[in-house]
Design a protein around this ligand. Structure first.
Ligand code: UDP
Ligand code: MG
Length: 319
């Protein structure tokens, strides 16, 4: 009987890169080593997210040597979310994997991840750091708070310490691609689409080169975005405030009317009046701000702008 050669699975490795000229060659070498020893076909999709260093040059050189590399370069920095989305859209694989270029997502975990997804029991293998070694205490504290809050108030479960380092099958990938919202928050999207996920734990690894592009303020904004993208609870809170204030005002009204009828109208209480006015004014502005956040998001969504603009690529079919 003639041996039929079964086609190997194709794995798309998606790597968003922003100013990774030093890390990228190290990363590529290690990734390639791991991929070579796996029984799988692969393509590597490198996305240059408008880097200001020589990242694109490094990509061009790597792509010259390795035909399995497809790269695309954005016209400016569109952010990691846009870069990942570009990777998802262009992935041809039966499986897709996203990972960072700085070696914080160890390629050595790949064979284990593939083995787990191959059993067919899970649609996705996700990873999470079990500790936050090398991160400042304040940052860890706020990160923990964020996960607590978002898991309470949104319908997308987000695991503490979860990284974007994740392997998924075509089914899940297609579901993620079909979520083409402009305000992307992948950690939430991964959870929102559902499917069965296996969680793989690993120890935190520090960057091999370069610096993180996240400032504390940037992370705070990211956290607020995450909450607003996946929950309407802040809007509810605003309306509860309004309701509560109305009830309090009503009680005070009755109190004042009764007092006037009994004691007359002595002109006093200027200080307390000011306090109340300022307090209510503050709450009003706060609630207005919450509404503004949602309105702003809605505004950006309705424009239907593209998520990114490609300036250069080694593959004409990249879109
Ligand atoms: N990244 C990106 N665009 C950005 C910021 C970051 O594509 O605007 C990439 C970056 O090159 C890296 C990954 O996203 O591969 C994670 O970034 P970083 O290491 O700065 O984040 P951290 O690991 O500290 O969360
Ligand atoms: Mg990193």
């Amino acid at each position: 009987m003639a041996k039929t050669k079964t086609k190997k699975d194709l794995l798309s490795v998606i790597v968003p890169c922003f100013n990774e000229q030093e890390a990228l060659p190290i990363f590529y070498k290690e990734l390639n080593q791991v991929l070579k020893n796996m029984d799988i076909d692969h393509e590597i999709i490198l996305i240059d997210d408008g880097s200001r260093d020589e990242t694109l040059k490094v990509m061009r050189e790597l792509a010259k040597k390795d035909k399995k590399i497809r790269y695309l370069s954005f016209s400016r920095n569109f952010g990691k979310e846009a870069a990942m989305y570009a990777g998802f859209v262009n992935a041809k694989g039966d499986y897709a994997l996203t990972m960072d270029a700085d070696m914080q997502d160890p390629p050595s975990l790949l064979p284990k991840m593939y083995e787990i997804i191959k059993t067919g029991e899970y649609d996705s293998v996700a990873t999470r750091r079990v500790n936050r070694k090398g991160e400042s205490k304040v940052r860890s504290f706020f990160a923990r708070m964020f996960y607590k809050i978002i898991n309470k108030i949104s319908d997308a479960q987000i695991v503490d310490g979860a990284r974007d380092f994740r392997l998924m099958d075509r089914r899940m990938l297609d579901a993620i691609i079909s979520m083409c919202e402009y305000n992307r928050f992948s950690k939430g999207i991964f959870g929102w689409v559902g499917f069965k996920t296996y969680w793989l734990d690993f120890e935190n690894v520090e960057r091999v080169a370069g610096t993180t592009s996240w400032s504390f303020w940037g992370l705070t904004k990211y956290a607020i975005d995450g909450i607003i993208n996946f929950s309407n609870v802040p809007l509810d809170i605003a309306s509860y405030f309004g309701l509560l204030m109305t009830v309090i005002a009503f009680i005070m009204l009755i109190f004042i009317i009764v007092r006037k009828m009994i004691f007359g109208d002595p002109v006093a209480g200027w200080a307390s009046t000011m306090c109340v006015i300022i307090f209510i004014g503050g709450i009003q502005l706060f609630c207005l701000g919450i509404m503004g956040q949602y309105l702003g998001k809605t505004y950006m969504e309705t424009k239907h702008r593209q998520h990114y603009i490609i300036a250069e690529s080694n593959d004409d079919q990249m879109k």
